[in-house]
Write a protein that binds this ligand. Structure first.
Ligand code: L34
Length: 295
């Protein structure tokens, strides 16, 4: 079997068009313009490129977006006060602090300070709790993007054996939780593999759907998957530089070999990455609507 390649770039575009229409309506009917602030601490090139893509996308669909860039040695106190300032700012519906943060800053402390009603990343413990209970909340952007990709590419999750690789707080853990919930793109039987898993390949071979978020380039090879598996590749690994000086990217899945056995596969780049950015936009619009009691 040769896989259908699911373009996250295309699906993200489709969702952005829907959001654009929603934002126009918000403005025309309610005079509301959703506001987002992105905060970047330091100069990590990957983080810089993600944050600037987030701002660009926000502007393109009519969200008011500002980017704050702070020096890598910014004291924790200063970042905390900045977050508190935006918590109080009525024009801001979403606050995003790009991770990872420099070592001297306590990530948990920062995420705990963001007003849960403006936590468009869905990282605040209150939102994680709501998510686990299946209550209305902001879903973390990458897992949310994977759910949308599965739904919009017609992959049946109900009753499926889903194997997730990686147990990070921002992808693996929430992903596992969402997939087992009684909801659309849920109802799966979930296995979560991590660095202490005894035989990852054996788990993968049973999987109807593999969601790879381990951060290891080309971890999943063709011999580890069954025919017809659906693959969502979350990995964005920098494996060198191209001739033009751009970073060369690889997913967690060996795309070339696995695509010959899979039914569906997402590429890297152009798969889950663009969906992450678009789900941030969706959450920001959701936040603005919630504030105005429209949902
Ligand atoms: N607070 N921190 C916070 N929220 C997030 O949702 C993130 N994440 C992760 C890292 N830190 C975060 C992102 O934004 C990962 N992530 C992210 C966002 C976008 C892309 C990849 C990761 C993306 O667009 N990737 C492109 C390739 C971009 C490139 O050339 O580097 C792709 O097509 O996969």
């Amino acid at each position: 079997m040769t896989a259908r390649i699911v373009s996250g770039t295309e699906v993200a575009k489709e969702i952005r068009e829907e959001l654009k229409a929603e934002i126009t309506e918000l403005k025309e009917k309610h005079n509301i313009v959703p506001g987002l602030v992105t905060i970047l601490v330091g100069e990590d090139p990957a983080s810089q490129s993600y944050v600037s893509a987030k701002n660009k996308t926000a502007h393109a669909i009519g969200i008011n977006s500002e980017q704050v860039t702070l020096d890598a040695d910014t004291p924790e106190e200063e970042l905390l006060s900045l977050v508190e300032k935006y918590n109080e700012d009525d024009s801001i519906n979403g606050i995003l602090v790009q991770l990872p943060l420099p070592k001297h800053i306590d990530e948990g402390k920062i995420l705990n300070t963001i007003n849960p009603d403006k936590d468009v990343d869905g990282f605040h413990p209150v939102n994680i709790g709501r998510m686990v209970l299946g209550e209305n909340c902001f879903l973390p952007c990458t897992p949310h993007g994977v759910l949308e990709l599965l739904a919009r590419s017609g992959v049946e999750t109900s009753g499926a054996e889903v194997v997730i690789l990686g147990r990070s707080n921002i992808v693996g853990k929430p992903m596992a939780n969402l997939m087992l919930q009684k909801r659309e793109s849920g109802n799966a039987t979930v296995t979560l593999c991590h660095t202490r898993t005894k035989d990852m390949a054996e788990h993968c071979r049973r999987a109807d759907i593999i969601i790879a978020a381990a951060g290891v380039a080309k971890l999943v090879t063709a011999d580890m998957v069954k025919d017809g598996v659906a693959i969502m590749d979350v990995g964005v690994n920098r494996i060198g530089v191209t001739e033009s000086g751009k970073a060369k990217l690889a997913g967690d899945v060996d795309f070339e070999s696995v695509k010959e056995k899979a039914s569906v596969i997402t590429p890297v780049p152009g798969g889950v990455g663009p969906m992450t950015i678009t789900m941030l936009m969706k959450n920001t619009v959701q936040s603005a609507k919630m504030k105005a009691n429209l949902i």
